[in-house]
Design a protein around this ligand. Structure first.
Ligand code: NAD
Ligand code: DAU
Length: 361
């Protein structure tokens, strides 16, 4: 039985990777809800990803900055949101090493502005709230780095180690402070590495697929022994839906794909899939692998014990990594033109300087 019924939904960062997938997932499902997508359209945002939703009559795009209080307040006044799905963020660890303040501004200040405006719009004079809810989407990186064993769970202490992770940890703390201080009706989720369609090719999986397609080098940081837990983005979307509609106010859930792989293993799987799809002999693309200088402060391993979400809300992922990677490779090869500006030359030049030009020992 749902505890929250979304009617007028604000999605922040909906033109990015997860936001795009989430809107494609929810708009056809929540048929009595309307959606506003507030997105600043940074390098990572592509409003055109969502053009097909415009015919629904229940989806609207608004270009704007979540840290712009007046703008956010005006949107709350105009639309009377019942539900906020907060995804807008600077999301790439390597960029946070280059420009940490951009991460603090959007991830910490932007989240604070949204919380403050939502509380002002939602809280009655007697301190109560109606059927409204704020879902803060966060990351397992706030918990730091694991060794070869162990897993994060909802009780793991925070230990963020990159500027990105620290800014997401700051935003998580603000959300919990609002829950504690104002009884603000928020829920939080911290998930592992997502993959799937519409991911900007600065992240490992689309970068490997596209570089292999074009015959470009595939940079593997350090020795490639770092481990990530991979979650298909559509499974993440179904988890968000379950949590925002049924989780108790103030609760946190960790969302895992249950698919741990070392980077080198994952890259090998992807390169073989690309070879298969392009009719090249297996092993052709593996020759493109180049071991490069490690990411500074590179977290060794992330892994999530997702059993609380299974036990409390009966949610589990449905995509195996094998199936999800195959579908993902097919999607990127069939949609080579989805990015109108795939180059982002200043960033690529920076990456080449910091990582690619200095081979690891
Ligand atoms: P993304 O970088 O693909 O998209 C982020 C979106 O936010 C972009 O459309 C961008 O234009 C927008 N944005 C950035 N700054 C903004 C601002 N100031 N105001 C309004 N919009 C702004 O990111 P993603 O991978 O889709 O991640 C979405 C959320 O999920 C983030 O909060 C991220 O921390 C979290 N998360 C991502 C992953 C993952 O593996 N991708 C895993 C765990 C958590
Ligand atoms: O764990 C959740 C996090 O996953 C999210 O919060 C972040 O928003 C998301 O970007 C992701 O962070 P990672 O740093 O793990 O993702 P990325 O795709 O950048 O890198 C995955 C792993 O691959 C990591 O160990 C670094 C390595 N890597 C990455 C790139 C881009 C390489 O070896 N070579 C590369 O070129």
């Amino acid at each position: 039985m749902p505890v929250h019924h979304p009617r007028r939904v604000l999605v922040t960062g909906g033109a990015g990777f997860i936001g795009t997938n989430l809107l494609h997932y929810l708009v056809p499902r929540w048929t009595d809800a309307s959606f506003v997508n507030l997105d600043a359209v940074t390098y990572a945002g592509r409003p055109s990803n969502l053009r097909s939703l415009e015919t629904s009559g229940r989806y609207r795009f608004e270009q704007g900055d979540i840290a712009d209080r007046e703008r956010v307040a005006a949107l709350f006044d105009e639309h009377g949101f019942t539900t906020v799905l907060h995804l807008a963020a600077e999301s790439h660890v390597d960029r946070s090493i280059l420009d940490p303040l951009a991460f603090v501004r959007t991830n910490v200040l932007g989240t604070a502005v949204l919380l403050d405006v939502a509380r002002g719009a939602w809280q009655s004079a007697d301190g109560s709230y109606g059927d409204v809810r704020f879902h803060h989407v966060s990351t397992d990186e706030v918990f730091g780095s694991l060794g070869d064993t162990g897993m994060f769970d909802e009780t793991t202490p925070y230990d963020p180690r990159s500027p990105y992770a620290a800014s997401k940890a700051g935003s998580d703390h603000l959300v919990r402070a609002f829950v504690n201080t104002y009884r603000f009706p928020a829920v939080l989720s911290n998930c592992s590495n997502n993959y799937g369609p519409y991911q900007y090719p600065e992240k490992l999986i689309p970068l490997v697929i596209l570089n292999a397609f074009h015959g470009r080098e595939v940079p593997v940081y350090g020795t490639g022994s770092n481990v990530r837990d991979w979650l298909h983005v559509e499974d993440h979307c179904s988890a968000i839906e379950r949590i925002v509609t049924t989780a108790p106010t103030g609760s946190t859930y960790l969302v895992s794909g249950g698919e741990e792989r070392s980077n080198l293993e994952l890259v090998g799987l992807l390169l073989d899939l690309v070879d298969d799809r392009l009719g090249r002999p297996r092993g052709t693309s593996r020759r493109l692998i180049r071991f490069v200088l490690d990411r500074p402060g590179h977290d060794f391993r992330y892994a999530i014990d997702g059993s609380r979400l299974v036990a409390d809300l009966a949610w589990s992922p449905t995509r195996s990594l094998e199936r999800g990677l195959g579908e993902t490779v097919d999607w990127y090869l069939a949609n080579l033109g989805w990015l109108d500006d795939p180059q982002d030359e200043s960033y690529r030049a920076w990456v080449r300087t910091v990582y690619a030009d200095r081979p690891s020992a």
